[in-house]
Design a protein around this ligand. Structure first.
Ligand SMILES: NC(=O)c1ccc[n+]([C@@H]2O[C@H](COP(=O)([O-])OP(=O)(O)OC[C@H]3O[C@@H](n4cnc5c(N)ncnc54)[C@H](OP(=O)(O)O)[C@@H]3O)[C@@H](O)[C@H]2O)c1
Length: 203
């Protein structure tokens, strides 16, 4: 069975997802709400963190943490061992497609292969449910991966931490999505400093 899929994003008032100061403490505190089994991440989100990851503490895998699954059909992510040891996840899983370039022969990263040129996200979610017992998946993305998942009807819940800033330019969520979607409001909460949490479910 396909797991419940939540998109949780920090956004500016004009829908930009990068280039402003995110209330990270609140963002990750709220992310614990779902107790996800799998954190599904876009490769570009990982690549944006790679240099910080190289100097970050490496406490080792967190046995009770979620599995980190990264959509990476072009095999751009290199720091798998550091991600595994970052202390947030129990293990890492590379999500590849048939046409993904060859990996280093000494790679010990677990892989799941779906799709031909790009990862098949629907099949991936089904397999995460079947082989990894995933009931809840939280998507961590700057918006591109979220847009693709929304277009394929694969998002069940949307959680936006809206920051009181207009950024003007920058990547907006949900990248590339052009359809119309009606959602039902599940919760609203305002925090000190002007950050507002909006939680929606698909109708
Ligand atoms: N504000 C927030 O809450 C937040 C959260 C996370 C990250 N960020 C920021 O957002 C930026 C990165 O986000 P992003 O939106 O640029 O990228 P992203 O969502 O992290 O990555 C794009 C992903 O979408 C995949 N993809 C695109 N089209 C696809 C398709 N048709 N089928 C399957 N997979 C597809 C790509 O796969 P392949 O390329 O591997 O094929 C890639 O893994 C960074 O600056 C990061 O710091 C912000």
């Amino acid at each position: 069975m396909r797991p419940h899929v939540v998109g949780h994003l920090a956004v500016s008032l004009d829908g930009v997802t990068a280039g402003f100061e995110v209330d990270l403490a609140r963002f990750y505190a709220m992310a614990t709400l779902w107790q996800e089994d799998v954190t599904l991440v876009g490769a570009d989100t990982i690549l944006a963190q790679e240099s910080a990851l190289r100097s970050a503490p490496q406490p080792g895998p967190r046995s009770k943490g979620p599995l980190l699954a990264v959509v990476d059909s072009r095999a751009r992510v290199r720091e798998w061992d550091r991600l595994r040891a970052a202390g947030h996840w129990s293990d890492v899983l590379a999500l590849y497609a048939d046409q993904t370039p060859a990996r280093p022969p000494d790679s010990r990263t677990r892989e799941m292969i779906t799709g031909y040129e790009r990862v098949d996200l629907d099949e991936t979610l089904q397999l995460l449910g079947k082989h990894h017992d995933a009931r809840v998946v939280r998507v961590d993305t700057g918006g591109t991966l979220l847009g693709v998942l929304l277009a394929q009807g694969l998002i069940d819940e949307l959680s936006l931490l809206v920051h009181p800033v207009v950024v003007g330019s920058g990547p907006r969520w949900p990248g590339g999505f052009t359809d119309r979607l009606d959602l039902g409001l599940a919760n609203v909460e305002a925090f000190e400093g002007g950050v507002v949490w909006l939680r929606y479910c698909m109708t």
